[in-house]
Design a protein around this ligand. Structure first.
Ligand code: AP5
Ligand code: MG
Ligand code: ZN
Length: 213
């Protein structure tokens, strides 16, 4: 199964992509996580991505598309994957479509998690994430058993550099301008499923599994 997660920053793409990956035993491929891992390891890719990410802008397509297409060509992706944070522009969606068409493949579902902008800011400021395993929490909406410690792996939780209120504003703006048009794109492809992202995380996941099965 090949699944794309759509939705604004903070809509819950990462939270639900991890659930989907577990449920269907497919890899969770997050371009944001790949960039953050590269920044942490000080690679050339990380250096190139960091300035854009810290400014709340998109990393250029020339960098992002090749990186993602390489990742989904790896062995563990041969039975499918859940893409989180890609595509984010029409050229990214077109490139993905072309690459899949060449292999006689297609995306099965584009899951759009809808949350109004007014709810996003509160989610972002309370978000905590685990740099070791990628798990995401929220101090109020999805707390860990022990404060600051990952339930999954015991790693120390951190706050993301781009979750400052000013940067969140910019990311939302970029989302509406460049990423929202993908909803129409996947509607035309006949694979769009729209999910209400304002309910509790477990109920969002229930709605997703109902659509996917
Ligand atoms: P990326 O890491 O993809 O960030 P994003 O899209 O801004 O999305 P987030 O990770 O912030 O939100 P999410 O939807 O995953 O929500 P989450 O589950 O964490 O990208 C970061 C940057 O990398 C971009 O700005 C760009 O610069 C670059 N980049 C990445 N991909 C790119 C691409 N393809 N092209 C170009 N540049 C790219 O949930 C948020 C919070 O809410 C959490 O605290 C969570 O616990 C909580 N929460 C989740 N669900 C619920 C719920 N139902 N109710 C209450 N709280 C909830
Ligand atoms: Mg995420
Ligand atoms: Zn962890």
């Amino acid at each position: 199964m090949k699944i794309i997660m759509l939705g604004a920053p903070g809509a819950g793409k990462g939270t639900q992509a991890i659930n989907i990956a577990k449920e269907y035993d497919i890899p969770h491929v997050s371009t944001g996580d790949i960039f953050r891992a590269n920044i942490k390891n000080g690679t050339e890719l990380g250096k190139a991505a960091k300035e854009y990410m810290d400014a709340g802008k998109l990393v250029p397509d020339e960098i992002t598309i090749g990186m993602l297409l390489d990742r989904i060509s790896e062995e563990d992706c041969k039975n499918g994957y859940v893409l989180d944070g890609f595509p984010r522009t029409i050229p990214q969606a077109e490139s993905l479509k072309d690459a899949l068409t060449k292999r006689g493949e297609k995306i099965d579902f584009a899951v759009d998690i809808e949350v109004p902008d007014t709810e996003i800011t509160a989610r972002m400021t309370g978000r905590r994430s685990c740099p070791k395993c990628g798990a995401t929490y929220h101090i109020k909406f999805n707390p860990t058993k022990q404060e600051g410690v990952c339930d999954e792996c015991g790693g120390e939780l951190v706050q993301r550099a781009d979750d400052k209120p000013e940067t969140v504003e910019k990311r939302l703006h970029v989302y509406h301008e460049q990423t929202q048009p993908l909803i129409d794109f996947y509607e035309k492809e006949g694979v769009l499923c729209t999910i209400d992202g304002t309910v509790a995380p477990k109920d969002v996941f229930k709605a997703i599994t109902e659509v996917l099965s």
